[in-house]
Design a protein around this ligand. Structure first.
Ligand SMILES: [Ca+2]
Ligand SMILES: [Ca+2]
Length: 264
């Protein structure tokens, strides 16, 4: 991401006498459909003499600006070297594919992918800059499969300009959302930065709508009962049904009522 492409090619002559050659080098983009996005022009039909049983190593540097137009559509850059011997019709081909990475990042819902309808859940986006140069003007966008309430406002997406990311550092972007409808919510996220490839990640939220479904697995059964009793005996916050800050028999009574009612 965001770096010039350094290419080293070794041409070798295994023959017992020296030969004259012509070489070509091509840097191409590839996408999964096989469509061709463009090439970078490097010197072609260059002449080269390689001594008997010898190698010659040549190096090139392709500026990032020439690769950048491709990186919204592909992650792969192919390098193709062709060597042709003058005195015989002998061609040698060698190709190599380079993966052009975007900003590494990950989106996740906390503390779990299962949330209760109407309860706030945090979404955490962690990202990093693995380069030795600062990463600036990176935009993050998260689209939701269905409408949610984000930080108290109805929203179908979240967009944010990330602060500059110094070299070799990581950061997090956190926001809170509430799902008002039960079901599975898709969150598709991408980060777009001027000097990096496009990068994507996604996560699902399972929004459940049954008060007795204590473990939020969309099924209400005895495991929810045992789970609640464990939480009650352990005085953990999750057992505080009436949110009064105390875990006691009032919470047990509320859970028994919900459990007896079953799920809609
Ligand atoms: Ca359950
Ligand atoms: Ca309570």
């Amino acid at each position: 991401m965001g770096m010039n492409l350094l290419i080293d090619v070794v041409f070798r002559n295994d023959d017992s006498v020296a030969h004259d050659y012509t070489y070509d080098l091509q840097v191409d983009s590839q996408i999964y459909t096989g469509a061709h996005l463009g090439s970078v022009c490097l010197p072609d039909n260059q002449r080269l003499t390689i001594g008997a049983n010898s190698s010659v190593m040549l190096g090139w540097e392709v500026p990032w600006e020439q690769i950048k137009p491709w990186v919204r559509q592909t992650e792969f850059v192919e390098i193709l070297a062709v060597l042709k011997r003058h005195d015989e019709d002998l061609h040698s081909f060698e190709s190599s594919v380079v993966l052009v990475e975007g900003v590494p990042f990950h989106i996740a819902a906390l503390p779990a992918r299962h949330v209760r309808r109407g309860e706030a859940v945090d979404v955490l986006v962690s990202y990093a800059n693995p380069l030795a140069t600062p990463l600036s003007n990176a935009n993050i966008r998260i689209d939701f499969g269905q409408g949610l309430s984000v930080n108290g406002q109805a929203a179908k997406k979240v967009e944010r300009r990330l602060p500059p990311i110094p070299p070799f550092t990581a950061g997090v972007f956190r926001f809170s959302l509430i799902a008002s409808e039960p079901g599975q919510v898709y969150m598709g996220a991408d980060i777009n930065a001027p000097n990096a490839a496009w990068s994507r990640d996604s996560a699902f939220l399972n929004v459940v709508d049954c008060p007795a479904d204590f473990d939020l697995n969309a099924v209400t059964d005895s495991r929810d009962l045992f789970g609640f009793v464990d939480a009650l005996l352990g005085c953990t916050f999750s057992a505080d049904r009436n949110k009064d800050g105390v875990v006691d028999f009032e919470d047990l009574a509320l859970f028994r009522t919900d459990y007896a009612a079953g799920c809609p």
